[in-house]
Design a protein around this ligand. Structure first.
Ligand SMILES: [Zn+2]
Length: 204
């Protein structure tokens, strides 16, 4: 008997539980604010087996959601879901059905989920800036945004990587060491006007 990890995830995890687990606030109508574009009013609808955003058109199932949110491949996303929900699929144990386990979120987990989204946005912005403000010739004046991307990209990448694939201990250490980093970034992102922020998002 072969079991498909993707189908198994769909069968065993409620999509609303899943998006909530990864930080979305789903209202009674099944709508949430979309994590893939910037919005104040929820236009991201969570159905039983798929989601659809009426704002930006993002669409997909359980694995697509996690894949897009964390920038993973589909198999990595499936493994992450399996791990986070205690399904045991990532270790090749397909036989015993386990009831999905939704852990109560502690302050650290809440901080981490929120933080990942912010750092991803900032990192993408820096990547975008380093492309479009790359000085074309040695006599060009160097744009401040290019400098910012040169100076800050490495740390943003390190920070994100630790949160995504670091051990629990490494993540805690990062939290102790520099938990205000995402707040600083958030302020930086908020200081940009919405036009340049969404232009960048579209360009990515
Ligand atoms: Zn959207």
């Amino acid at each position: 008997m072969t079991t498909n990890i993707f189908q198994d995830i769909k069968d065993r995890v409620d999509l609303r539980d899943l998006v909530r687990y990864y930080g979305l606030d789903v209202n009674r109508g099944g709508f949430a604010c979309c994590p893939f574009h910037n919005e104040r009013n929820p236009s991201f609808k969570v159905y039983e087996d798929h989601f659809h955003c009426f704002g930006c058109g993002e669409h997909g199932d359980h694995v697509d959601f996690v894949q897009k949110l964390y920038g993973l491949s589909n198999i990595e996303a499936a493994k992450k879901i399996s791990y986070d929900f205690g399904l045991g699929l990532e270790r090749g144990k397909f036989a015993t059905p386990v009831r999905p386990r939704i852990m109560k979120k502690d302050a650290f987990t809440l901080w981490r989920n929120d933080c990942i989204k912010t750092v991803i946005e900032y990192k993408k912005l820096l990547e975008y800036w380093s492309r479009i403000y790359d000085p074309r010739s040695p006599i060009d004046k160097i744009d401040d945004r290019f400098l910012e991307s040169v100076h800050n990209r490495g740390y943003a990448e390190y920070y994100l990587e630790t949160l995504l694939i670091g051990s629990k201990q490494e993540q805690r250490e990062l939290y102790e060491m520099d938990k205000s980093y995402p707040d600083k970034i958030k302020k930086r992102l908020d200081s940009l006007d919405s036009v340049s922020r969404s232009a960048c998002k579209k360009a990515i």
